[in-house]
Every structure is written in C-alpha cells, then in structure tokens.
Design a protein around this ligand. Structure first.
Ligand code: URA
Ligand code: SF4
Length: 215
C-alpha cells in the first residue's frame, strides 16, 4: 500500500520531532521529483489550524508552506477576519509538490486520491499533537483528506462542522470535540474573474472561524 505510515514516528511528542522525520518519507512517489518536503509550520499552541492542498513552486524551493502568492493572500484574509496570523498553524494535506515539467516551467498538478491518502498519516500526527479547537479546511483537496470525498466546499463553505463527527476517519483523530470549517482555497481567489468578490467571500468565511474562536 502507498502510505507514509511507516515513516511517521509514533513516539514523536513534539512537532519538531515529527518534522525532523518528514524528509525521509517515501510514502508515495512525489518525493522523487520535488525539491524537498514541506512540513507545516506556525504556533505549536495554535487554537486554529489551516490545512491547504500541497506546496506550490515557491514553497517547494523554500521548504516552507504558504510563502508564495496564495500564502500572502491567505495571511491578509486571516488578518482581515480578525484572527492573529502569528497564532495560527498552517500545513498541507500533501507534503510534496506535484507538478508537470513543461520546458523550464513546473506546472502545478492537483494531487490524486492516492497521494492524499498516502500523506494523511502526517496530517493526522500533526493534528494529534496540536489538538486545535478549530480546523480550517482550504479547498477541495484538504476537504477530501479530512471531510471525505463527497464533501462539497462550494455547498458547505463557511459552516461550522462538529469534529470528529464530520471527519472522514473519526478514529484517526484522537482530538476531543472540536470544530471544522471549509472554505475556498486562496489560489482560487487568485484565479477568480472577480478577485475582490472572491477575497471578500474568503474573509466572510474566516469571520465565522474568528467568531467560533472568540467563544
Ligand atoms: N497552496 C497550498 O495549498 N499550500 C501551500 O503551501 C501553497 C500554496
Ligand atoms: Fe511522503 Fe506525503 Fe511526500 Fe508522499 S507526499 S512522499 S506521503 S510526505
């Protein structure tokens, strides 16, 4: 089976220990062409965790999640919604960049289900250590990883969902009664015809998250 499981140390008690093990992962084939693994980062005591899709071109080169254009936009939206960007943790459903080489350009390719499933043990391990109060799921790939293949972001965005009741594999998440919320991916805002409207929509969803955290 294609899975990261055997590479994830089950005795890692800190995120740093977990992160230190990630470069050796060969849980799926994506490590072969990518520059490096891109692990989550942020406040280890964050009350809210953001889960994206996979690192992009810039993230792959820098080894850090959400440091390219989508990351800048996300931080701006988070700030505008009233959540302190210094107190969040950000990670991805898949930890290696998947792309297609065309000449000199590397074109982003959406990860397949096999990559999402293979990489889940890392995400599960991160969430198990972080024990956040709220998980913000960014876009369809993260939604597939966490909320199941039939979850539709367009239909259910901005709704607070009970967790782990809405989790795809509730048994994976030994996190007591928290909440999850899905919204669009910041890259979708960058691609939208009406960027301002899409950005405002993202901020409106994140305000739901901010209110949940204020309680
Ligand atoms: N998009 C993502 O989903 N994750 C990143 O880290 C960067 C862009
Ligand atoms: Fe391992 Fe995930 Fe990278 Fe695949 S994408 S090699 S499962 S870290």
């Amino acid at each position: 089976m294609t899975t990261a499981q055997e590479f994830v140390p089950d005795d890692a008690r800190t995120l740093d220990k977990l992160k230190a093990a990630a470069p050796s992962c060969k849980g799926c084939e994506l490590y072969q062409d990518a520059t490096q693994v891109v692990f989550g980062r942020g406040d280890a005591h964050a009350r809210v965790v953001f889960v994206g899709e996979q690192p992009g071109d810039v993230e792959d080169q820098k080894g850090l999640p959400f440091v390219g254009p989508a990351g800048h936009l996300l931080r701006r939206a988070v700030d505008e919604a009233g959540i302190d960007p210094a107190h969040i943790y950000i990670t991805n459903a898949v930890k290696h960049f998947r792309f297609e080489q065309r000449g000199k350009r590397r074109i982003h390719q959406t990860p397949d289900r096999v990559h999402i499933e293979a990489c889940r043990p890392w995400l599960v391990a991160e969430l198990s250590l972080l024990k956040p109060e709220l998980i913000v799921v960014l876009g369809a790939t993260a939604a597939k990883a966490l909320l199941g293949p039939s979850f539709r972001v367009t239909r259910s965005r901005g709704e607070l969902l009970p967790w782990p009741a809405s989790a795809q594999h509730p048994e994976d998440f030994p996190v007591a009664e928290i909440q999850a919320m899905a919204t669009i991916h910041p890259s979708a805002v960058l691609r939208a015809d009406d960027r301002d409207a899409a950005f405002d929509g993202l901020v409106a969803d994140l305000k739901v998250a901010a209110r949940a955290l204020a309680k």
